[in-house]
Design a protein around this ligand. Sequence first.
Ligand SMILES: [Cu+2]
Length: 374
Amino acid sequence: MKLMKKHRGRIVIRVLLLALAFVVTGMLGACNLPFGQTGSNAKGGATVPQTRTFKLYVRDNWLTMPDGKKAYVFGYTDNPKGPAQLPGPTLVVNEGDKVNVILINDKDPTKTQYNTTGDGHTIHLHGLDLYSASDGDPMTTPPRDANGKVLPYGAKGKGVQTGSLKQGEQFTYSFIADHAGTYWYHCHQSTPEHIQMGMYGAIIIRPVGQPNHAYLNSPAFDVDSTFVLSDLDLPGHNADYNTLYKNAPDVNWTNSKISYALLNGKAWPETLKDSRSVVNAKAGQTVLLRLVNAGTQVYTLSAPGLKFQTIGTDGRKLSQYPISDTISLGPAEHNDVLVHVDHAGTYTLHEHIDENVPSSVPTPDTNLTTITVK
Ligand SMILES: [Cu+2]
């Protein structure tokens, strides 16, 4: 009996704590402060919105390209002890979730003896439906006090209110994920340089209660693949390293030329070794390709033998779903495309604009990856 009483007492305390938590989180929502600090990547099909919090750091890395050449990059990672990830971590949430993305600039790779303040960084949440206070444009965020100190999301800043997050600063971007679809994020400081150097990643918002749909009541899929497309200017990357670490002149990014086309941060044929970038399906299934173009050129994709059905563009479901042999994706576009695979075989996804996949690297037929159907 004593045990039962004790147990009942604990339940009462837990219920009271839960009620208090609801009141506090409600108040936080009302005064536009960041939401609670729980959650991580969402699984599909949830029906109750949650709070999801992601922490991103900025690090650098040296990539080894398929021809053995090395490329200096910097970008986001969710592991403060690891190198930059290319692309940055994919952030997966459900429609209705409250999302906090915390950028912690604790070890800015652009802060060197020749660039003593560092460039600073932001997270621009591209294509999402946001208050400008979470936009990640250094013209609008973060708010700062009269001394330039970063204030929390939603605070009314005084004095200097602009500028990216410098070494030692952090900021929480908060938003409600109110439209399903595929989106992306990137740095908005020295944008052409910082995106080219690797500061980008995908954001996926899943519809409520429909784990196999990209949008509420859009056609269902069986296989879900996120393809972040980009490109890499090798001389530019290594000249940028020399600017930062050897006091070389600034890089003129308007002269940028593509050395490698990248799919999820890798060039063909390395893409075939990355489980994120190869598609395996069974005949009769439907594959969802969540396409993001984080690169500088238009991608014109085809996979001979297969057709594409575009169901959503830039985070909005289409009213009709057009079918095509090629998909064109301009810089910064983010579209959801279904591929209905009826026949067994290995299909090659490739790029139709030759100069986007230079012949100077071992990239036969401008290939990106394969879709294998059994
Ligand atoms: Cu940056």
